[in-house]
Write a protein that binds this ligand. Structure first.
Ligand code: ADP
Ligand code: MG
Length: 238
């Protein structure tokens, strides 16, 4: 599979009739029920819905971290279900940027190092990689001194910015962000959403942000509603 940045076409993310179940005692719990979704490059979509409605499951399937029971996940037109494990890992590394609900920054590393830690698999030259890491961190609002701090020396909002910069490091086509504002006050949460809107334009990503905070939806292009594993455009009814 050829997935270098020079040859790929960016078409964004498509989910087609995706169903996902989890084991639940003797039976199965349906977390995603025939979910379809298309997000184009440069489009910022939000998925809202109550806790337990399936939002994180949707992102895990879109991130190719969970295989659905049925249906298809396409990233830049590549059907993730048709790939073997190694190819799917390569697809994830080269085309997907993921910001998880739980921050998974490494306690002993500075902000710059959080971005560089995976660099050995990408094959950029070290000096070039460091320059790119510093540029990305600056672009998300972390200046030189903060770039050399470890996670415990940064605020929650700043840590979230490091997570976002790290997700952008591989120049992803698709950016998946789970509840980026849940640990932040309203103003800082709104700043993160504005940042994600700007990133969607400047990096031309197909961005999906999960949130349960409806007050933060002013800056997104589209709002989808998740309820009991079903997804619909906001206002369309389920
Ligand atoms: P949300 O992110 O909207 O809170 P989730 O996708 O985390 O929703 O969960 C959707 C449903 O699937 C919930 O009922 C949850 O309890 C269940 N669920 C999530 N992960 C698992 C799992 N690994 N095993 C079993 N059930 C799960
Ligand atoms: Mg969740």
């Amino acid at each position: 599979m050829t997935t270098t940045t020079s040859t790929r076409t960016r078409t964004g993310l498509a989910l087609r009739e995706v169903t996902l179940t989890y084991p639940d005692g003797e039976s199965r719990l349906t977390a995603l029920d025939r979910v379809s979704l298309t997000v184009a490059p440069g489009e910022f979509a939000a998925v809202a819905g109550p806790s337990g409605s399936g939002k994180s499951s949707l992102l895990a399937v879109a991130a190719t971290l969970l295989r659905p029971d049925s249906g298809a996940v396409l990233v830049d037109g590549v059907d993730a279900g048709a790939l073997g494990d190694r190819e799917r890992t390569a697809l994830r590394r080269e085309r997907l940027g993921i910001v998880f609900q739980q921050s998974n920054l490494l306690a002993s590393l500075t902000a710059v190092e959080q971005l560089l830690v995976l660099e050995s698999v990408r094959g950029r030259r070290p000096r070039e990689a460091r320059r790119r890491a510093e540029e990305l961190l600056s672009s998300v609002g972390l200046d030189g001194a903060k770039q050399r701090r470890r996670p415990h020396q940064l605020s929650g909002g700043e840590r979230q910015r490091v997570n976002i910069a790290r997700a952008l490091f591989g120049d992803p086509s698709v950016l998946l962000v789970d509840e980026p504002t849940s640990a932040l006050d309203h103003e800082r949460g709104a700043q993160i959403v504005r940042l994600l809107a700007d990133i969607t334009r400047t990096h031309d990503t197909a961005t999906v942000m999960v949130t349960h905070d409806r007050e933060l939806l002013g800056r997104v292009d589209r709002v989808l509603e998740m309820q009991d594993g079903r997804l619909a455009e906001a206002g369309a009814g389920l």
